[in-house]
Design a protein around this ligand. Structure first.
Ligand code: CO
Length: 462
């Protein structure tokens, strides 16, 4: 019986996709022991937006949150999502910061790091993969999945070979917008399994109502693992429900290693939490049902709602149709970047500007200019020449890896913060989100919680 690894995403991706990452540690602390004993391959619990949300909204130290998770969930590997050279933020960091961050994440308990770059420019993930391996953790090289005239199974196979050669322990196909069709999932996974002999994982979202079907086809094609979310936080813009996938796969002769009775207990625990978020309005019932419009417009659901609110602000909701037609054109002009953060925001906003100003690229976003200069990495396809001229004029785009142009920053920042903190963890928090971290660190210094006092005493800071 073939084993299928199941990663539980309730603490990270499902939390992020359904309730904007607002799950405080205390709300899920009592169930960690059961999560650890349910038979999961891994628990995705950190990275993505969790770090940002901890300091911005939850007033929790993300490092201590991780340590507390690890102190209970000792058996099941803990997994995080890392945006390569962007770490967890939106800009490129110098290599020393990337290495320090990864070292610390692994020290605090992360076992598996899923590492991706929005453009699939693997120069932006090589340092992260290298450091993860140096620290003895599992480096999962990731391919961002998208649909475009220049992306096909062959191009993904080539990317997978690159990831394997870079030393990835496994490969993840990351379908953040839930676009992968069942037959493509089958062909892609089958070819990947034939070509690269390392474990292959598929990550998708139920947003468009496809993921359950695509998961089953991927399993039939030999995928090694898939991501699921316990049913109270499953489906919709999150992952397919863990229990349904478990029962479906078990009845088809696959072994998930999960215990059905434990899954029920875990779900019973999360049900009232879901009800609570529904009542508070933080969980919008809309995100729980399939929204296959994304398949027509070829844009992720989150991007669509952003554009609608931008247009509303400008009293221009009547231009929505025109903006929706402009999005694929801007994307083509930029060389078909996958529509994932930060590219989805960039393409959506530029398309909106093009329509509202009545002239294409009359005004060009500074992020689009930076993209054209090569500061985000190499565009997957060719950038339109007219746009390139308007964006950067006579200047040549940089051909090297953008991070190579950045000065080391960790020691300098540590020195700058010495009156506020001497902990390397805090320096990394500050480097990740300087605008909000300073306030957070000041507050923490003024009112350290008992947990943090214990932590500081142990680490010899006070
Ligand atoms: Co996701």
């Amino acid at each position: 019986m073939k084993n299928i690894h199941i990663t539980e995403t309730v603490l990270r991706d499902a939390n992020q996709s359904l309730i904007a990452t607002r799950l405080p540690f205390n709300s899920f602390a009592p169930i960690l022991d059961k999560l650890d004993n349910a038979g999961y391959y891994s628990l995705e619990c950190w990275g993505g937006a969790t770090f940002d949300s901890c300091i911005r909204y939850l007033n929790e130290d993300p490092w201590i949150r991780l340590k507390k998770i690890k102190s209970v969930a000792k058996k099941t590997p803990l997994q995080m999502l890392l945006r390569g050279q962007n770490i967890l933020g939106y800009k490129h960091y110098p290599d020393d910061v990337v290495r320090e961050f990864i070292k610390m994440a692994i020290y605090y308990g992360i076992d598996i790091i899923r590492i991706f770059d929005a453009l699939n420019d693997f120069r932006n993930i090589e340092v992260a993969i290298d450091e993860t391996k140096k620290q003895g953790a599992h480096a999962q090289g990731t391919i961002v999945y998208t649909v475009s005239p220049i992306h096909d199974v062959k191009s993904y196979i080539n990317l997978a070979k690159e990831l394997k050669n870079m030393g990835s322990d496994s490969i993840c196909i990351k379908d953040m917008a839930g676009l992968i069709m069942p037959d493509i999932a089958f062909n892609l996974i089958k070819k990947l399994k034939e070509t690269v002999k390392i474990p292959i994982y598929l990550h998708s979202h139920s947003t468009n109502g496809l993921a359950e079907m695509s998961y089953l086809k991927a399993v039939e094609a030999g995928v090694d693992g898939i991501d699921c979310a316990i049913s109270a936080f499953g489906g919709g813009t999150a992952q397919p429900a863990t229990e349904s996938i478990h029962y479906a796969l078990t009845s088809s002769g696959f072994n998930t290693n999960l215990y059905g009775n434990k899954l029920k207990e875990i779900n019973d625990f999360f049900k009232p939490i879901r009800e609570d978020f529904l009542k508070k309005g933080l969980l919008n019932p809309k995100v729980l049902s399939p929204q296959p419009e994304a398949l027509i417009y070829q844009i992720p659901g989150g991007m669509l709602s952003n554009m609608i609110s931008q247009l509303k602000e400008q009293n221009s909701l009547n231009k929505l149709e025109a903006v929706l037609n402009e999005v694929p054109k801007v994307r083509e002009d930029l060389g078909y970047p996958p529509l994932v953060t930060p590219m989805s925001q960039m393409v959506g906003t530029q398309a909106t500007i093009n329509i509202l100003t009545g002239e294409r690229y009359k005004m060009i976003l500074k992020e689009v200019k930076a993209y054209c200069r090569g500061e985000y990495g190499k565009a997957p396809g060719k950038i339109n020449n007219d746009l390139l001229n308007k964006a950067i004029g006579e200047n040549e785009p940089i051909k090297t890896r953008y991070a190579d142009t950045l000065e080391p920053a960790f020691e300098k920042t540590k020195e700058k913060l010495k009156d506020l903190t001497t902990r390397n963890e805090d320096v990394l928090t500050y480097l990740s989100f300087p605008e909000i971290a300073e306030e957070f660190l000041k507050n923490k210094k003024l009112h350290p919680s008992s947990d943090e006092l214990r932590e500081q005493t142990k680490s010899g800071v006070i």
